[in-house]
Design a protein around this ligand. Sequence first.
Ligand SMILES: [Zn+2]
Length: 356
Amino acid sequence: MLTQLAPGYYLHKPDAIADLGALLNASGYRKVLIISGSRSYQAAQTALESTLNHCGISWVLCRYQGECSDENALQIVQEVGTDWSVVVGVGGGKVVDLSKLVAWELRVPLITVPTLISNCAATTSNAVVYDTAGRVKESRGGKIPPQMTLVDDTLLRRSPKPYFASGLGDTLVKPYEALMGATTNTLVETAALKLAQIAADCVRDHGVEGLKAFAHETALPVITDLTDAVILMGSLVGGMGGPVLRGAIAHAFHNALTMLPEVHDTLHGEKVAYGLLVQEALLGRPSESIHELRDLLIGLELPVSWATLTGLPYLPDLSILRKLADWTLDSPLVEGRLNTIGADRVVETIREVEAY
Ligand SMILES: [Zn+2]
């Protein structure tokens, strides 16, 4: 059994970034490589530079816009060299995952500072690796997880709300997918399934209320729980339960969607939420439970149809739908789980979801 429970140090509070300099000093990390995107760095800059300067840390910033790809990670290493004691990834999922590739390449620890509440990338040991055209290549696992994560409420409360909604969608999906992968009934797997359910219940019970309050200055305490549900709990599920609990049809459908340019600008959790509807319909769940799920997704400001996902009024041509179906069924995430289901049935299901 391999569990990858990470990070060892998870600090979630207002102004958490202010602790970074002292943490780097306490760990003896003197040469710090920061990887960040333009917008994420702008959000964190004042707090970040203040703590690093105050604690006398020598650091270099590598600003990056683009995919989390092997090519981009290697390019960064070529540009900055290999003499670093730690990588600090400051950003959303793709920037943080790119930081993982760089840290693994440099063989140094990684500290993450998420700037969005959009997924569990900051705490998971996996990185979603894309090709240079922005299509998902693989979810790379089995690597050393981030060592520390600083979740700064002050910064995150100013982050864009659609990303928060997307994170809620990516968390809601966890028990639906984890239950499909559960096979062993071991104590650890049972605990992982319970964690998935607890995180999803938090989203189900408080997500709509949390989204409404998110933009207000006096945010509800429940947003703290929702933030932990998105950023920490999801990765504990995969970290305890292993790859079989990390995803199923909803994520396989998400990965297939990334192949289509018209879906490229939609957020991860938006595609996953729509993929969850397809998953549940494909598994033949009763229509009442699909309606209930659909209503919840609408309340969470997540897409429930092709039009709400893409802004395009009609489903794509049959040839594209067939490709989507083939890519979904070919995914390792559905291996052995949909043996009796063919591409025609998947296409039919996508059409059924439109009709709900
Ligand atoms: Zn996800």
